[in-house]
Write a protein that binds this ligand. Structure first.
Ligand SMILES: Cc1cc2nc3c(=O)[nH]c(=O)nc-3n(C[C@H](O)[C@H](O)[C@H](O)COP(=O)(O)O)c2cc1C
Ligand code: SF4
Length: 620
């Protein structure tokens, strides 16, 4: 039995440590590799890693306790995580989890006695269009059915290595259903970068002209192409695609203009918002466009290092991403002398380890620096003091893809699409109750009804726009437009058909936020817990109008006092649901009187049994 065996030999970890510098910033990346090697982080590993990086063991344990995909207890040779997003639930994930546990003879959340396997739930794995989905030893499995669960259980029981599993279990589809001006044509790697470098110069020149001049105000070397590309970015009016919609040109220019020895470009591929999967598709099929956008950003702001921070749920993309980076180095599109221009820039990949908050930009920077992903103080902004306290541009994957297109085709071309406040096109991730879930590219301003028509979801009773932190709209609002000036969105449309109980949706979201709160500030740490508990109370039929009022009161408190966007948006779904789908709450209200959620007398039952007392005084 594994628990009685000696701890694993640490030879593999020594090799891992040798491949990493003694930089505490490497901690998370080392822990991820150790977790993959041993399926937990044993005490011996904590000690070795702490010594290697010269940090305390408590610091190492602090990360193990924070990130969902790290564990201090052995999870088994095979670790199965099933996606717990509402769309996976709608596709039967809960029943499938029970089925798999029965087939494997394992209790959910516990490692089997022989140490072979454990099964867990995790937040959304980003495969909502092909769920129910999950991960086996970090690799994505999709379209799970009972038949597939039978196969997985057989392969695990037969101890088959993952390499020998049938490939169709791991098939991840793009499901790119509609393309518009941005993703209609194939992208020629290097074309946008050349266009950026040639801007403002004689475009008939075969050689890249790399004119540099010194800006008297900052003393920085300025490149004509870089300045002209920034002007195009201003002309394009591109706003960030990661949620907040900040203008990319302002961010890039601010970062460029701050005097610093080094600047960084960070691509945010954390994509933790349940229902969102567009960045996965971009990094799968439009990889060059994204890397090229990052490189152009480096060229414009004068950075030499870029980092792709990507969620671990997309680990299956590792060899693909590394191959594209290698190919780009080979083609002089990355490296010390890009396109012979003297411009040096390269991109590293940093992996997340299961934390939605890591997508928030300052938390993401903390995570890249090898710490727990906790948001920093609001000021200074990352463009002033970000990674390693140096000016840093953090943009979403889709923002970089758009920037590459703008460098190639010009700002006016981009601004010619969309609306006056929301230029260009946007990718939407469509999932839930519709015939054709997947990715749809539309110009900004498209109505929800049009999206529903195209994907075959017109009978919906509700659409969740922008994930759990966004807006729930009812069918009365389907003519609203997807754009910053109306329904601002990271690009998510989760569709709920007329048969769905909308209370189950908030129940899932409330648990998500409770689980994902980073715990830094009290309103969010306590508030998300209280809200999830109140929702459970209503689900158990013990809710009264007083509990609903309490949900509303805590929601307002959370919105106004939480430190970061996670806490501020965590109650949105509850507020919307009470406003628009109150019937699904009311049908659970059995009483108008307040009923305690916790039965004190029942809680004493075990104590009464242990002490053998059951007289009147032993009851409350
Ligand atoms: C809780 C939380 C999670 C976030 N997750 C992501 C994410 O996964 N990807 C992303 O690009 N932005 C995410 N953001 C927004 C980022 O903080 C940041 O605004 C964005 O990366 C900036 O890029 P953009 O200007 O290109 O949108 C998140 C914000 C919050 C508050
Ligand atoms: S609002 Fe929540 S997620 Fe944000 S810092 Fe506070 S506890 Fe952390």
């Amino acid at each position: 039995m594994w628990r009685e065996e000696a701890p694993p030999a640490m030879d593999e970890l020594r090799g891992i440590l040798e491949s990493h510098e003694r930089d505490p910033g490497e901690l998370l990346q080392i822990l991820i590799k150790a977790q993959h090697a041993y399926h937990y982080i044993p005490d011996e590993a904590v000690a070795l890693i702490a010594d290697h990086l010269r940090v305390t063991r408590a610091h190492v344990r602090g990360l193990v306790g924070f990130y969902s995909f790290l564990s201090d207890t052995y999870l088994g040779e095979y670790v199965v995580y099933l996606s717990d997003n509402i769309t996976d639930r709608m596709q039967g994930s809960t029943g499938l989890a029970t089925y798999l546990c029965n087939r494997l003879n394992v209790t959910l959340g516990q490692t089997r006695q022989d140490g072979r396997v454990s099964v867990h739930f995790t937040s959304c794995t980003g495969m909502c269009d092909q769920g129910p989905a999950g991960l086996v030893n970090g690799v994505a499995v999709t379209r799970l059915t009972r038949l597939r669960m039978d196969l997985i259980a057989e392969l695990i029981n037969a101890r088959q290595p993952l390499d020998a599993w049938p490939r169709e279990l791991f098939l991840v589809e793009d499901n790119f259903r509609r393309s518009d001006v941005m993703f209609r044509r194939a992208f020629d790697p290097g074309a946008a970068l050349k266009a950026a470098m040639l801007r403002g110069g004689d475009e008939t020149l075969k050689e890249i002209q790399h004119e540099e001049s010194v800006d008297p105000s900052s003393g920085h070397a300025r490149r004509q192409g870089a300045d002209e590309t920034l002007k195009e970015l201003y002309r394009s009016d591109l706003r960030g695609r990661g949620g907040a919609g900040f203008k990319a040109a302002i961010k890039w220019e601010t970062c460029r203009d701050i005097s610093a020895l080094e600047r960084y470009v960070v691509c945010n591929a954390d994509e933790g918002e349940p229902g969102t999967f567009k960045d996965r598709v971009l990094l799968t099929t439009y990889t060059d466009v994204v890397f090229e956008g990052m490189t152009i950003c480096g060229y414009v702001i004068g950075a030499s290092r870029g980092i792709l921070y990507i969620r671990q749920e997309y680990w299956y993309l590792k060899s693909h991403l590394e191959a594209v980076l290698a190919r780009r180095r080979e083609a002089d599109l990355l490296g010390r002398n890009i396109l012979g221009s003297g411009f040096a820039f390269d991109i590293d990949i940093h992996w997340g380890a299961g934390a939605y908050i890591a997508g928030m930009e300052t938390a993401l920077i903390e995570s890249i620096e090898g710490r727990r992903a906790k948001p920093r103080k609001r000021w200074p902004l990352p463009v002033v003091a970000g990674l390693n306290r140096r000016p840093t541009v953090v943009n979403n994957v889709e923002t970089f893809a758009a920037a590459a297109n703008i460098a190639l085709k010009g700002g006016a071309w981009f601004a010619g699409h969309g609306t006056s406040h929301s230029a260009g096109t946007k990718l939407f991730c469509v999932s839930g109750d519709c015939e054709r879930p997947g990715i749809y590219e539309y110009p900004y301003g498209v109505s929800v009804r049009e999206v529903l028509r195209d994907c075959g979801g017109l009978d919906a009773q509700a659409v969740q726009i922008s994930g759990p932190s966004g807006v729930t709209i009812s069918r009365l609002e389907f003519d609203r437009n997807l754009a910053f000036e109306d329904l601002s969105t990271v690009g998510t449309c989760m569709i709920f058909g007329p048969q769905r109980d909308m209370f189950e949706v908030v129940r899932n979201f409330a648990h998500f936020f409770r689980h994902e709160s980073c715990g830094l500030c009290t309103p969010c740490r306590v508030g998300t817990s209280l809200l999830a508990a109140l929702v459970e109370k209503v689900a158990a039929g013990k809710g009264s109008p007083m509990d609903v009022a309490e949900v509303q009161r805590i929601s307002q408190l959370l919105k106004t006092t939480a430190h970061c966007g996670l806490g501020q948006t965590a109650p949105n779904h509850l507020i919307d649901s009470l406003l628009k789908f109150r019937g699904d709450w009311d049908k659970r209200m059995m009483t108008t009187e307040f009923v305690p959620a916790f039965d004190l007398d029942a809680a004493l039952h075990e104590a009464r049994q242990l002490t053998g007392r059951d007289d009147a005084l032993a009851h409350l």
